[in-house]
Ligand binder design. Structure first.
Ligand SMILES: [Zn+2]
Ligand SMILES: [Zn+2]
Length: 453
């Protein structure tokens, strides 16, 4: 699960200056947050391939000729694009002597209200653990809570993350409605806010503009970022992220407008009242276990992607970046722990090279809806793209390790840039996706293959 464990309630306008925010929100840490500009997108080649969902099953790939031409340009172009990725995100319009917002030193300015509310959440959650271990939770409540947890988790992984933030597949209205409901259950901020923060995270990973910059340590990347005010660069770069696609979607703006009542009912009241009313669970147990503990557990699963998966694990696809392959995180986060791959190819709906379902439950969820026709245009990348990238920038831990190690050929400029904070494109539709990558991206519809290697 993704990545952003942000949990703010945004109010009724697009400005974030309203007071109707929840405590768990990193947005609470802002003094103010200007309206997100709706700049034109670079979606020309994204929308052109808008395949009709009624067409017969097929695998659409680039033509052989196009591929041959693009292969010629691949190495130079990708190296160029990687070089571009490494370039610190300075603002060229800054006058001499003026400090770039990215260079403003970090400081910890604690938001005590958030600290208090997180303490409250964890105390009640701890009591929920005690109720479980002491046998005071009814089995019906346990199953119900597991269902609600899965619902919220998938709302983040399949919904906010892979569908809205990265545009890695398309969905028909019934699936969109399901995903909006599930994402609201998770209470990790509205889809609009969640997606914007996550796009910023991808474009400015491990810099001051990354909301949960892992270079500031495990605790900060995990939950500390929600306990202190945002670095100015996060707000500045957040304003520049293109969100016009989501802002044009009435469903997204409806959820944003009515987020407060929606989240209160779906994330807290519903889980509690159902257990209390239908099978007679005690109200306190239902509140502490099905509501508070479930929510707390969901947040930590999400946060592990920002912390553990940005600090520990192999880097078979790009050793110059922090995000890593972490099986443990994948288990807790429904398949979101294959983070080195994900930051290299963020528009792949599987967020991983291998779609093995036991470590990627979210891919199974999306595949199911593709099978019944509610999800379509699933983006994935070819084996050749993966191998090319492994050869150029992998750390030798790829599954075909020997082959990769013998082919590794890092340029001096790339090697010298290792360790620098940098990001990549935020997903399908970002103008910074290398042309060769977008040309060689495959679109699956509907998906039937099982991806087993
Ligand atoms: Zn990440
Ligand atoms: Zn992502």
């Amino acid at each position: 699960m993704p990545p952003d464990g942000s949990t703010a309630i945004m109010g009724r306008s697009q400005t974030a200056t309203e007071d109707s925010r929840t405590p768990y929100s990193h947005h609470d840490t802002m003094d103010s947050e200007p309206t997100i500009p709706t700049t034109p997108t670079s979606e020309s080649d994204v929308e052109k391939d808008d395949a009709s969902p009624t067409q017969a099953p097929q695998l659409v790939d680039t033509s052989v000729e196009n591929r041959r031409q693009s292969e010629e340009a691949t190495k130079d172009s990708d190296l160029k694009s990687m070089t571009q990725r490494k370039v610190p995100t300075k603002d060229d319009t800054k006058k001499e002597g003026e400090v770039d917002v990215m260079d403003i030193p970090t400081k910890v300015d604690i938001v005590w209200r958030n600290v208090f509310l997180f303490v409250y959440l964890h105390v009640f959650s701890a009591y929920g653990v005690y109720l479980l271990l002491s046998g005071q939770v009814m089995w019906q409540t346990f199953i119900w809570t597991a269902l609600i947890h899965s619902c919220g988790a998938l709302g983040i992984t399949a919904g906010a993350h892979r569908f809205w933030a990265h545009k890695s597949y398309k969905a028909k209205l019934p699936l969109k409605l399901i995903l909006v409901f599930m994402q609201t259950v998770s209470f990790q901020n509205s889809i609009h806010e969640w997606s914007r923060d996550h796009r910023v995270h991808h474009k400015y990973s491990e810099t001051n503009a990354d909301p949960h910059n892992a270079k500031r340590g495990f605790f900060f990347a995990h939950m500390g970022w929600l306990l202190c005010r945002k670095h100015p660069a996060v707000k500045e770069k957040g304003k520049q992220i293109d969100m016009s696609d989501l802002e044009a979607d009435p469903l997204i703006m409806f959820q944003k407008k009515y987020y407060v009542p929606l989240v209160l009912w779906t994330s807290f009241f519903m889980p509690t009242l159902v257990a209390w009313y239908f099978w007679g669970e005690s109200f306190i147990t239902a509140w502490c276990f099905a509501s508070q503990l479930r929510y707390c557990f969901n947040l930590h699963c999400t946060w592990l992607v920002n912390s553990a998966a940005h600090l520990w694990g192999d880097k078979p696809y790009d050793q110059t970046i922090n995000p890593s392959e972490n099986k443990g995180v994948s288990i807790f986060a429904f398949g979101e722990g294959w983070h080195n791959y994900h930051h290299v190819f963020p528009w792949d709906y599987k967020t991983a090279e291998l779609g093995r379902y036991k470590y990627n439950f979210t891919a199974a969820f999306i595949d199911f809806f593709a099978w019944i026709g509610w999800a379509y245009d699933l983006k994935t990348v070819s084996d050749k793209m993966v191998r090319d990238r492994v050869r150029r920038t992998g750390d030798g831990s790829w599954r075909h390790e020997k082959e990769a190690a013998s082919l590794t050929d890092m340029t001096d400029s790339l090697a010298s840039s290792m360790g620098m904070g940098h990001g990549g494109p935020w997903g399908w539709g970002d103008k910074d996706i290398p042309m060769t990558d977008s040309q060689m991206t495959q679109t699956l519809y509907p998906l039937i293959s099982l991806h087993e290697d």
